[in-house]
Write a protein of this length. Structure first.
Lengths: 686, 260
C-alpha cells in the first residue's frame, strides 16, 4: 500500500504562478504525482487556505511528505475577502439570501407592549473527530474498493462513481468502524478522489489520511454567525413578532443551514420575518455539524426570550408555556407527537431549584439557573432496507449496508430484531458497513439513523417471524395467525409452547429470509423532536470564571430503544456544547485569513474536568403516528439548547447579558460592568 | 538523529561538553512538541533519563534539594507535598496525568517559559538553580536564571542538576487561570508565600516570571503592588488588562487564604 501527502495552499487567496514537480518526482519512494489538470480535486487557484494543488503517493508516509515538501510552488497572493458583512454588501454569497415571512411583522411590532433587540454572535467551530478524514482506495479490475471513515457509505459510492464515470455498483464502500464524524463525513470529499486517482495511476492501493492540521483547516466547520434579532410581546407574554437578520460566514462553499429555523418553529408567533445570508468568504467551507443552524439559532433565540422575560417581569418558563405551539407554526400541520409540555412539566422541579441555588451565592460567587428549549427534525424517512436471516439454529442475522458511526447502531438494530423475533439479544448478529453486502441504508446524519433504519429492521424481522409462524401453524395444525414468538419459543394461546429450533431445525441448510423496508412518514403531519435543558451555574464576579455545576436535560424523541445509548448521546451532546460555550474557537488571522488554531493544543476541546453533573431524562413515549417503531433520533437534540441555558443561568445569577460565543472571562467581566451601569442609571435593558 | 544516553552525571557532563549542540531531553514533554512543530531539528539529543543523580529529592541542614528529574507526580506526593505545598498545588494543575508522570522541574527550567507553572512556587521559596559542567558547579538565583522569554543562563556545556530551596515555614498557595479546567497554558498564575515577608510570584504576565516582596504589614497594598509589577501583553489567551486585573484578585484571595 502507498501513502499519500497533499500540497495545499498556505494562502487564503492566491494563484499558482509556477509549479516545479521535478524534484518531487525524483524523490525516493515516489510512485505517482498529480498536478492541476490531472484531477478535478486539484486547482491552480486557491480561494481558501488548504486548497489542494499537488498530491503525491509514495511507499511510506514519510517519503510522501518529504516529496511534497520538494514541490516548488510560486504563489501570487490575492486579496482575501474575510469580512462577512462586507461580503453581504458586495453580494458575495453562497446561494440566494433566504427570506421568510408569515403574518405581518410590522403589525406585530406595533401591537407589542415590549420589544427587545440584540445582536448575538457565534464562532467558527471545528468538528475534530478523533479519527481524521481518511480512506484507502484500491482498484480491482474495472471496479474500485474504498475503505473509508464515513457517515454514509452510499453517498461515498455515488460521489466516487460520478467522479470516475463508473456505474455506481462498480464502487464498493466499506466502513466497519469509525472514529466520529459529527456531520463532517457525510460524503466523499476531494481527498477520496485524489486517493483513487493516485491508486489508478500507480496500480497500488493508496491510503490518504488528513493530518490533524489539515483536519483543522479543511475538515469542515460549523460556520460563524452574526444574528440581529428582535422579539416583541404583549404584557401577558404573548409573542406578537419575531424577526432576525442572520449572516452566516460559510467560507468558499457549503450551504446555508437554517439558522432562522428555531425562530420559525419553536414558539407560537403569528408574525415572523427572517432573512439569512450565506457569506462567501476566502475561508474553508462549512460542513454539517450536529444540528447545523439550529445550534447557533437557538443560542440567539432562547437568550433573547429570557431578555424579553426580564423586560416583561415574567418567569422564563412561563413565557415559553404561554407561547406553546399546538400545531406546526409554519404551515398549521398537526405534530405526529409533541411532548414539549411534558418536558416543561418534568423540568419544573429542576427549574424550582433556582431559589435554593441563588441563595447559595456569596460576595464573589453568584449562582443562578437558566433554561432553554429545543426543537429539531430527527424523524428520519425512507428509503432504507434490511434483511433478516434466521438459520436452523434459531439465530438471526441482520444484514443492511448502513454504518455504525459509534452511536451503538449495531446494538440498537439487534435489540429491535430480537424483540420482534422473541429471542435473546445474544442470538442476533448485525452485519453492516459494506455497500456490496447488503441493501441500501440511510445516512447516519440528521439524527436519522435509528428512525430510518430501525423500522426497516423491524419490518424485516417481522417478515421472518411471519414465515416461521406460518410453518409452525402448518406443522402443529393451528389456525393461521394464532401463534406467536416469545422467549425463544413458539407460543400458542392455549399455553402450549415449542422451542423455536423445532421449526427452524427443519430448515437444515435452508434459511428464513425476511425483508423489510422503511415506510413513509405520516402524511400531513410534522415530525419533530423536542427538549428542555436547565443549567445551574456559579459565576465568579471578580475573575469572570463560570462553573457549570449541573445540567438537567429532558428530551422527547418518541420511543427509546437503548436507554444507556440514549443517555450517552445526551451526555456527549452536552459535553460538546460545553466546549462550544466556553473554550472552542477556530481563530483566523484577521488579515491573511489563515487558520491559527491547527492543533488540539490551540483548539481547546473540553476535558473531563470541564464536565458538569449531567442529569438526563427521556419522555420515552412512542410516537404512535410514526412508523412501526415510534422512535425519533437523538444524535443532535441534546447539543442544541445547552449554550443558551448556560447564558440564561449567567443572566439569572448576575444580570449580565452575554451575547457572543465562546463566553470568555473578559466578556463576563464586560457584561457585568454593563449590567451594573444599567442598574445605576436605571435604564431598561432593551 | 543521534541519541546519547549517559549512565552517570559525570558521563552526562562529559558528553555535554564534547557535544554542546546535543539537546538535553528529560520528560520530553516540551522538546518533543517543539520537534513535532518543526521548531527545532536537533541532530543529537542527550537523554537524561538514565542519570541517577538527577532523580528524586533530599533534605540536608534545612535545605531541600530537588533533582532536575523530579516529576510533577512526585512533587504531588507526601512528604514533599507537605514541605512545598505551592509546588504541589501547581503540579496538580499541570497538563494531564501522562504529562505529570513525564514532565520534570528541570525541563520546566530548561524551557524557561513565562508560563512555566513550577517557576512561581520555586521563586517564592527562594530557589537557587544548581548548574553543572565539566568545569564545575555553580548556583544561580532563579530570578537571575531566567533572563527572557524561553531564555536562560545555561552555558552551552551546562546542565541543570537541581534546585535548592527553603521548605515552606509559612502558609503558601498557588492559583492559575485558564480557558478550561485542565491541559491549559496559564492565562495568569500566582504563587504566594506569607511568612514574615510576603512573597508573590506570577507567570504569564510578563516576559519572565517575577517575584514581588513586601513586609507582612503591607498586606493591604500588596495586591496592587503585584498587579503593578506585571508587564503583561495581549495575546490569544487573554488581554493585558485582564491579566493585571486577575493578578490583583488572585493576590488578594491568596492572602486571604494564607493569612486566615
Ligand atoms: C499536553 C501538555 C500539557 C502541558 N501542560 C503544562 C502546564 O500545565 N504547565 C506547565 O508549566 N507546562 C506544561 N507543559 C509543558 C511541559 O510539560 C513542562 O514544561 C515540563 O516541565 C517539561 O519537562 P520535561 O522533563 O518534559 O522537559 P523536556 O521536554 O525533556 O525538556 C524541556 C527543555 O529543557 C531542557 N532540559 C531538560 N532537562 C534539562 C536539564 N537537566 N538541564 C538542562 N536543560 C534541560 C531540554 O533541552 C528542553 O529544552 C505541557 C506540555 C504538554 C505536552
Amino acid at each position: 500500500m502507498l501513502h499519500a501527502a497533499v500540497v495545499r495552499s498556505p494562502h487564503a487567496h492566491a494563484r499558482v504562478r509556477a509549479l516545479d514537480l521535478s524534484r518531487a518526482r525524483e524523490a525516493p519512494g515516489v510512485r505517482a504525482v498529480l498536478a492541476p489538470g490531472d484531477c478535478d480535486a486539484l486547482d491552480e487557484t486557491a480561494e481558501f487556505e488548504g486548497r489542494a494543488v499537488v498530491a503525491v503517493a509514495a511507499e511510506t508516509f514519510g517519503q510522501a511528505r518529504a516529496a511534497a515538501e520538494l514541490v516548488e510552488v510560486e504563489w501570487e497572493e490575492l486579496e482575501p475577502l474575510l469580512d462577512p458583512e462586507e461580503a453581504v454588501r458586495r453580494g458575495s454569497l453562497v446561494g440566494e439570501p433566504r427570506r421568510y415571512e408569515r403574518g405581518g411583522y410590522e403589525r406585530g411590532l406595533a401591537e407589542a407592549d415590549a420589544v427587545v433587540e440584540a445582536e448575538y454572535r457565534t464562532q467558527t467551530l471545528n468538528h475534530n473527530p478523533l479519527e481524521t478524514h481518511q480512506c484507502v482506495c484500491e482498484w480491482r479490475g474495472d471496479g474500485l474498493d474504498v475503505y473509508i471513515s464515513t457517515q454514509y457509505i452510499w453517498g461515498v459510492r455515488d460521489d466516487v462513481a460520478a467522479a470516475f464515470g463508473l456505474p455506481p455498483d462498480k464502487v464498493r464502500v466499506i466502513c466497519e468502524y469509525m472514529g466520529g464524524g459529527f456531520g463532517a463525513k457525510n460524503g466523499a470529499g476531494g481527498y477520496v478522489t485524489l486517493a483513487a486517482e493516485l491508486a489508478r495511476r500507480s496500480g497500488r492501493p493508496v491510503r490518504l489520511a488528513l493530518t490533524r492540521r489539515e483536519e483543522n483547516v479543511g475538515g469542515g466547520n460549523r460556520n460563524a454567525t452574526i444574528q440581529r434579532v428582535t422579539a416583541a410581546a404583549k404584557a401577558d407574554g404573548t409573542l406578537t413578532a419575531l424577526g432576525g437578520e442572520f449572516i452566516c460566514s460559510l467560507g468558499w462553499g457549503g450551504w446555508l443551514a437554517s439558522t432562522a429555523g428555531p425562530m420559525q418553529l419553536l414558539h407560537a408567533c403569528e408574525n415572523v420575518r427572517t432573512v439569512e445570508y450565506g457569506a462567501k468568504l476566502n475561508l474553508p467551507a462549512m460542513a454539517a455539524f450536529r444540528a447545523p443552524g439550529f445550534v447557533e439559532g437557538t443560542w440567539a433565540l432562547e437568550c433573547l426570550l429570557d431578555k424579553l422575560a426580564a423586560e416583561l417581569g415574567l418567569d422564563p418558563l412561563e413565557l415559553r408555556r404561554r407561547n406553546y405551539a399546538n400545531v406546526d407554526t409554519m404551515d398549521g400541520r398537526p405534530y405526529s407527537a409533541k411532548e414539549l409540555l411534558e418536558c416543561y412539566r418534568r423540568a419544573e422541579p429542576h427549574w424550582e431549584r433556582r431559589h435554593e441555588v441563588r441563595a447559595r451565592s456569596d460576595a464573589t460567587w453568584k449562582r443562578g439557573v437558566g433554561l432553554a428549549s429545543q426543537i429539531w427534525y430527527g424523524g428520519g424517512g425512507p428509503p432504507s432496507y434490511a434483511w433478516v436471516r434466521v438459520g436452523s439454529d434459531g439465530r438471526a442475522n441482520v444484514v443492511t449496508a448502513m454504518q455504525d458511526i459509534g452511536t451503538g447502531t449495531r446494538t440498537a438494530m439487534a435489540q429491535i430484531a430480537a424483540e420482534e423475533l422473541g429471542i435473546r439479544l445474544e442470538r442476533v448478529q448485525v452485519q453492516v458497513g459494506d455497500s456490496s453486502r447488503g441493501p441500501f441504508a440511510s445516512i447516519s446524519g440528521g439524527s436519522s439513523t435509528l428512525p430510518s433504519m430501525g423500522p426497516a429492521v423491524r419490518a424485516a424481522a417481522a417478515d421472518a417471524a411471519r414465515q416461521i409462524l406460518e410453518i409452525a401453524e402448518q406443522r402443529f395444525e393451528r389456525e393461521d395467525g394464532t401463534l406467536s414468538l416469545r422467549g425463544g419459543e413458539i407460543v400458542s394461546p392455549d399455553g402450549t409452547t415449542w422451542p423455536l429450533e423445532e421449526i427452524t431445525g427443519l430448515l437444515e441448510d435452508g434459511q428464513i429470509l425476511g425483508k423489510g423496508a422503511r415506510g413513509p412518514n405520516p402524511a400531513g403531519m410534522r415530525v419533530l423532536t423536542f427538549g428542555v435543558q436547565v443549567a445551574e451555574v456559579a459565576v465568579d464576579v471578580e475573575t469572570g470564571e463560570v462553573v457549570v455545576e449541573r445540567i438537567y436535560a429532558v428530551h422527547d424523541v418518541g420511543r427509546v430503544i437503548n436507554p444507556l445509548g440514549a443517555r450517552s448521546q445526551i451526555e456527549g451532546g452536552i459535553i460538546q456544547a460545553m466546549g462550544h460555550t466556553f473554550s472552542e474557537a477556530r481563530l483566523d488571522d484577521p488579515h491573511r485569513g489563515t487558520v491559527l488554531t491547527k492543533t488540539l493544543d490551540a483548539y481547546k476541546l473540553p476535558t473531563i474536568a470541564d464536565v458538569p453533573e449531567i442529569v438526563c431524562e427521556l419522555i420515552d413515549k412512542p410516537d404512535a403516528q410514526l412508523t412501526n417503531l415510534g422512535s425519533k433520533g437523538l444524535g443532535e437534540p441534546p447539543i442544541i439548547p445547552t449554550a443558551a441555558a448556560i447564558a440564561n443561568a449567567i443572566r439569572d445569577a448576575t444580570g449580565a447579558d452575554v451575547t457572543s460565543l465562546p463566553i470568555t472571562r473578559e466578556e463576563i467581566l464586560a457584561a457585568l460592568r454593563e449590567a451594573r451601569e444599567r442598574e445605576r442609571v436605571g435604564a431598561p435593558s432593551a | 538523529m543521534e541519541v546519547l544516553t549517559p549512565r552517570s552525571l559525570d558521563e552526562a557532563l562529559r558528553l555535554k561538553s564534547e557535544n554542546p549542540q546535543a539537546v538535553p531531553i528529560a520528560g520530553g514533554t516540551d522538546l518533543m512538541v517543539a520537534i513535532n512543530f518543526d521548531r527545532i531539528r536537533p541532530n543529537a539529543v542527550l537523554n537524561l533519563n538514565e542519570v541517577p543523580e538527577l532523580r528524586g529529592w533530599s533534605r540536608a541542614n534545612g535545605t531541600l534539594r530537588l533533582g532536575a528529574g523530579l516529576t510533577y507526580a512526585e512533587a504531588m506526593r507526601e512528604p514533599l507535598a507537605g514541605l512545598l505545598p505551592a509546588l504541589a498545588e501547581a503540579s496538580r494543575t499541570v497538563g494531564s496525568p501522562q504529562i505529570r508522570n513525564r514532565g520534570t522541574i528541570g525541563g520546566n527550567l530548561g524551557t524557561s517559559s513565562p508560563a512555566g507553572d513550577a517557576l512561581p512556587p520555586l521563586l517564592v521559596a527562594g530557589a537557587d538553580v544548581v548548574l553543572a559542567s565539566v568545569r564545575g558547579e555553580r548556583r544561580v538565583a532563579l530570578g537571575e536564571f531566567v533572563v527572557g522569554p524561553k531564555r536562560n543562563a545555561l552555558a552551552e556545556d551546562e546542565l541543570v542538576t537541581a534546585v535548592e530551596l527553603e521548605p515552606a515555614s509559612a502558609a503558601e498557595t498557588f492559583m492559575k487561570v485558564g480557558p478550561r479546567n485542565a491541559m491549559v497554558i496559564a492565562v495568569v498564575s500566582l504563587a504566594l508565600r506569607a511568612g514574615e515577608e510576603l512573597r508573590a510570584a506570577f507567570g504569564s504576565a510578563g516576559p519572565v516570571p517575577i517575584l514581588v516582596r513586601a513586609p507582612r504589614d503591607d498586606a493591604d497594598a500588596f495586591p496592587e503592588r503585584v498587579a503593578e509589577a506585571a508587564a503583561p501583553i495581549d495575546d490569544v489567551r487573554g488581554t493585558a488588562a485582564y491579566r493585571r486585573h486577575a493578578l490583583r484578585v488572585l493576590t488578594r484571595r491568596a492572602l486571604d487564604r494564607c493569612l486566615a
